[in-house]
Design a protein around this ligand. Structure first.
Ligand code: NI
Length: 163
């Protein structure tokens, strides 16, 4: 699947909840996972391939996790952590983002079953990053204005490439 890059308006839209986990959704997950691995990403959200549905795939090194209608139940007691992130929709850009170190997340599996699981470290970070995508939020929205200014020319270039 083609990865939508910064400048594509689909990345700024709020994705819709999946009403029913159908074969079409399973097919989407399969294609998204393939696209994620092919591009050596650790996560991908449906809007990044132009689909406005609340579906994410992540793999923080422990295998593929696909979540439909994911919802983060925060665990603020575990604190936050600052670490570098990249995004397949923002090629060649890395930024330091503060995220919850540990989260609980619930959603539906590709079989339509309820999942609730705990994640920490890289996996927790990837899930938070991908859920942001479902709400039209990009990692560059989570850094300071001053830091974003430093990326201005790179962002402009991406916007131009899209136009
Ligand atoms: Ni991303």
């Amino acid at each position: 699947m083609e990865i939508r890059k910064y400048g594509d308006p689909v990345l700024r839209e709020k994705a819709r909840a999946v009403a029913e986990v159908t074969d079409e959704v399973r097919e989407l997950i399969k294609d998204m996972a393939g696209t994620m691995y092919e591009n050596k990403g650790i996560g991908l959200a449906a809007p990044q391939v132009g689909v406005k549905s609340r579906v994410i795939v992540v793999d923080g090194g422990q295998g593929l996790l696909a979540l439909i209608n994911p919802e983060i139940l925060s665990s603020p007691e575990a604190g936050e952590e600052l670490a570098e992130e990249g995004c397949l929709s923002l090629p060649e850009i890395t930024v330091e983002v503060k995220r919850a170190r540990k989260i609980r997340v619930k959603g539906l599996s590709e079989k339509g079953k309820n999942i609730e699981t705990e994640a920490e470290g890289l996996l927790a970070r990837a899930i938070q990053h991908e859920v942001d995508h479902l709400n039209g939020i990009l990692m560059i929205d989570r850094i300071s204005y001053a830091r974003r200014q430093l990326l201005r020319s790179q962002l402009k270039k991406l916007e131009k490439a899209h136009a």
